[in-house]
Design a protein around this ligand. Structure first.
Ligand code: GRG
Length: 298
């Protein structure tokens, strides 16, 4: 298998779905639709829709609903980035190699674009349910995605992260950091993979296994993100460097150093790859994708 070619194909398919699902910039006064489209189309690796599509494939999914749910996923992720970059949070000016939404359109529009993307993601989830021939599977998938991005998932992790910025992490730093990473970042990756499988009819036990795989991928992904924050350049990662330090954030790198942090990325990645052996179907691309995410440079 030529991994780079296979990845390119899957990213292209995800981008086609997202472009078709995004609202068109016509007939609406003001900048809202423009800023929504800008935030999504300006770039991004499309990791979560690709993982969702792969699990759908592995579990033999066939329907037309996937494209709506993949798009909803990417819009929820993009909404979180829009808000994460705002002055009240990380106050960053560079994202996906371009100006952040609030830097391009103003702070108010940065807030509104994030809200509108999040709200519209749920319209797309309903469209996906509507398209699906198995409503029970589609409802299950939509519920998983909602939960993983909500107060028990991404939003919950982000709130703990923000609250520790002022005080620093007291107590067992690694344990609390792992909680933050698990919710803030891994939850959405778990959600993407579980949603793809749930749409294709995976059962409860299989979903638990996928959640565990997604968790290890997500933990590795966030530590690698922390490493790139101090080893990358704005050109290579498409966002500001030393953002964590500037925002007084504890990271694995700050607590245990780059060498130990890199070791954790490898350990979580190996664990995730080993767990994929318990999945049915062809997992060759998924295995390579997990390793690619650990070694990524952006
Ligand atoms: C409004 C839905 C909503 C949420 C607000 C701000 C916030 C709550 C959550 C932010 C969580 C966050 C930014 C976690 C970091 C996760 C992370 C490493 C993102 C970068 O993902 P990549 O590398 O980005 O996949 P691209 O640009 O490639 O898509």
């Amino acid at each position: 298998m030529n991994f780079d070619k296979e990845l390119e194909l899957r990213v292209k398919k995800a981008n086609q779905a997202i472009e078709e699902c995004l609202p068109k910039d016509e007939g609406m006064p003001g900048n809202l639709v423009e800023s929504m489209r800008y935030s999504v189309l300006v770039g991004g690796k499309r990791v979560r829709p690709v993982l969702m599509g792969e699990l759908f494939e592995i579990f033999g999914g066939k329907g037309k609903e996937l494209r709506f749910i993949q798009s909803a996923m990417e819009l929820i992720h993009t909404a979180s980035l829009c808000h994460d970059d705002l002055p009240a949070l990380d106050n960053d000016l560079l994202r996906r190699g371009k100006k952040t939404t609030h830097a391009q359109f103003g702070e108010a529009m940065g807030i509104l674009a994030g809200d509108a993307l999040l709200n519209y993601a749920y319209e797309l989830l309903f469209d996906g349910i509507n398209e699906s021939e198995n409503k029970e599977n589609a409802l299950n998938a939509a519920r998983i995605l909602s939960k993983k991005s909500g107060y028990l998932g991404m939003l919950g992790g982000q709130s703990v992260d923000v609250e520790h910025e002022k005080t620093g992490i007291k107590g067992d730093q690694l344990e609390i950091l792992e909680y933050i990473n698990e919710k803030k970042t891994a939850a959405l990756i778990e959600g993407a993979m579980m949603t793809g499988a749930a749409l294709a009819g995976a059962d409860c036990e299989q979903l638990k296994l996928i959640e565990k795989i997604g968790n290890r991928i997500g933990l590795a992904f966030q530590i690698q993100d922390d490493i790139l924050d101090v080893t990358g350049t704005p050109q290579s990662i498409g966002k500001s460097v030393f953002s964590d330090m500037k925002n007084n954030k504890e990271t694995y790198v700050a607590i245990v150093g780059i060498e130990e942090a890199s070791k954790r990325v490898i350990d979580f990645t190996k664990e995730a790859v080993a767990l994929t052996d318990e999945l049915p179907g062809n997992t060759e691309f998924l295995k390579e994708m997990i390793s690619y995410l650990a070694l990524r440079k952006n």
